[in-house]
Design a protein around this ligand. Structure first.
Ligand code: ZN
Length: 335
């Protein structure tokens, strides 16, 4: 007879196979973005619909040729992504029965009795599909985070944003991947992300603590930011001030970002060939749905025709949760 342990191992194994089938390790190995779970549902021709489900996070309904999936619009995009991965799990694990899911995620793993074998299998699949060890490691490598760094709430919070998962899911995934002990993960998961947001914003006070706060540096060059429309982006970029170079922040407003603070800070370290450096510190907040590439250039203001000394670009996907209807990407393609 199958045990909870078998279910978890099977779910993890199937997620790893799917990473290979979809070539995700090769695509995401640089740690520049999160797993595209809606794309995976699309790959299996699973009809996906978002609805304001009461008392239900999601549902999986097998059909003769594939399946249908429903996901609630009443929760944030991190919960929607985990639910989507759970429903995808039912499909790829060949659970050919209807599943009505009132809870999904790492929390469900704690249930000892009375929790269905298939649900545990789908949860294990979802956690491994969205937060595999290789992806956690890829993001840590890009950011220069060591094991010691990953014990800090502020670092784990920034990792959770980049990986498109909730703070607590990220804590548990780090434990599953042996970056943290279970007691370290449990202590971290209890900490409110608000404190990390507060430290990241420093002396800028937001109107609400709901938006996320991204700390962005050179290491995020080329990354995709899967966030919400009102998220804060805190840029911290080296600027060759003594050489007369400065970052042109003019593209921010047209990308839907309003600048809340813009200053230069002393940088530590040796001056480069272009003169003593400072850090350009810009706090910007999103004001609307933004899906576009933001490109910033560091140049001498009087040399607009020449090539920039440095560029910094990020793909903004500040869309927040999926609204009622088909997945946004599919609607955009249909339009
Ligand atoms: Zn389920």
């Amino acid at each position: 007879m199958a045990t909870k342990r078998d279910a978890i191992l099977n779910g993890i194994g199937r997620a790893a196979e799917l990473h290979a089938e979809l070539g995700l390790k090769a695509k995401l190995g640089t740690g520049d973005r999160a797993i595209n779970v809606l794309g995976a549902l699309k790959f299996f021709n699973i009809a996906t619909l978002f609805r304001p489900l009461e008392g239900l996070l999601g549902a999986y309904v097998p059909t003769p040729r594939s399946a249908g999936v429903l996901i609630t619009t009443l929760r944030d995009h991190h919960v929607q992504r985990f639910t989507a991965a759970h429903e995808l799990g039912h499909h790829v694990l060949e659970h050919r029965t209807v599943s009505l899911d009132t809870k999904v995620g790492f929390v469900a793993r704690g249930e000892k009795e009375g929790y269905d074998y298939q649900e545990q299998e789908a949860d294990a699949f979802a956690a491994e599909f969205l937060l595999p060890k290789w992806l956690l490691a890829a993001h840590a490598r890009r950011q220069g985070w060591t094991r010691e760094h990953l014990k800090r709430a502020d670092v784990v919070y920034q990792l959770s944003l980049r990986i498109g998962a909730s703070f607590s899911s990220t804590c548990w995934a780090l434990a599953g991947a042996d970056f943290l002990s279970r007691s370290e993960a449990s202590a971290l998961a209890d900490l409110p992300p608000k404190a990390s947001k507060q430290r990241a914003l420093n002396d800028v006070t937001p109107e609400s603590w709901r938006p996320d706060v991204w700390l962005l540096s050179e290491r995020d060059r080329g990354a995709q930011l899967l966030g919400s429309p009102e998220d804060y982006l805190v840029f911290d970029l080296e600027e060759h001030d003594a050489g007369g170079y400065e970052w042109d922040v003019e593209p921010m407003p047209s990308a839907g970002l309003s600048i809340r603070k813009d200053e230069r800070r002393e940088a530590s370290g040796n001056p480069s060939a272009f003169g003593a450096n400072v850090r350009r510190h810009v706090v910007a907040q999103g004001q609307r749905l933004a899906v576009q590439r933001l490109t910033l250039e560091e140049r001498r203001p009087w040399e607009t025709a020449t090539q920039a000394l440095n560029t910094f670009e990020v793909d903004l996907a500040l869309l927040g949760k999926e609204p009622v209807g088909l997945p946004r990407r599919e609607r955009m393609l249909a339009a």
